[in-house]
Design a protein around this ligand. Structure first.
Ligand code: KMH
Ligand code: ZN
Length: 270
């Protein structure tokens, strides 16, 4: 089977240290967490930035420090968020693209996000996509609901997104598609030719969706952005603990784990 690419979503925008004391928020903490995750089998780090008091930010200066802290410690593929946090402006969300990371997320539509709305109007999605195209940044297409994959397929047919796209199915957001085998299989059935995909299950579904992702030949995202627990009622001790578990499962199920260099090849980096 093809090697498994593990993405570590280290921080996110929603979880606080009050909920997960091991949440990395400073550049040094994020750099350390990234290195531990790569040692445990991760190839990509999905990055969000925080101010020192924990509030989410898309400030390019903070991202610059985070990226330097990661790069000084490991060879992970750096994927910045353009989702940021609910309520941020398009301009704010664009800021880390100025740093020319290898990858960035590109959400393909709007979705209710708990009691809020994660807004991604088509014009803004085009603006993000154009900035990534101009800078040679590989997008990861974030799919929270089936209509977003339909949109991606329409845009691909019109040449508005790069060939051989990479998708991330984020399942279990209250307002988005549920984290069920049926939902995942449906999304997989709608993928365009040449696509690669990752699955990120929220909460307890991180483990179930991850296992399915391994078995179905996809790739897997784990980490505190999506889930802070190791098992019911037991907090994970670190992001790396969650990476280590999925890498172990892959080994048990016969899938080798991709290094960052192998992941760059599998994801068609130039
Ligand atoms: N924090 C969510 C509202 C992304 O990173 O691109 C959006 C998010 C998606 O986390
Ligand atoms: Zn994110």
């Amino acid at each position: 089977m093809n090697p498994l690419i593990i993405t570590a979503a280290l921080t996110g925008a929603e979880v606080g240290k009050d909920q997960q004391p091991a949440l990395p928020i400073t550049p040094e903490e994020i750099g350390e967490a990234a290195a531990e995750c790569v040692a445990a089998g991760a190839a990509i780090v999905h990055l969000h930035a925080r101010w020192p008091d924990g509030r989410p930010t898309q400030d390019a200066g903070v991202y610059r420090e985070i990226i330097a802290a990661v790069r000084s410690r490991c060879d992970a593929i750096i994927q910045v968020s353009t989702g940021g946090a609910v309520g941020m402006t398009t301009e704010e969300r664009m800021a880390p693209l100025a740093l020319n990371p290898e990858m960035a997320t590109l959400s393909m539509g709007s979705v209710n996000f708990g009691d809020e709305v994660f807004l991604n109007v088509p014009d803004d999605i085009e603006t993000f996509a154009a900035a990534m195209r101009e800078r040679g940044i590989r997008p990861e297409l974030e799919i929270f609901d089936a209509g977003m994959l339909a949109t991606a397929n329409r845009w691909l047919a019109k040449g508005k997104l790069p060939a051989n796209p990479h998708f991330d199915f984020v399942l279990g957001v209250p307002g988005g598609m549920p984290a069920t085998p049926e939902a995942l299989l449906y999304l997989k059935s709608q993928l365009p030719a040449g696509a690669t995909w990752t699955v990120a299950g929220l909460g307890a579904a991180q483990l179930t969706m991850g296992t399915l992702g391994i078995l179905l030949g996809g790739h897997v995202r784990v980490g505190f952005e999506d889930n802070i627990y190791f098992s019911k009622g037991v907090l994970a001790s670190s992001n790396a603990q969650l990476v280590e578990r999925v890498a172990g499962l892959a080994g048990t199920l016969g899938r080798p784990v991709a290094s960052p260099a192998e992941a760059r090849k599998l994801l068609h980096f130039a």
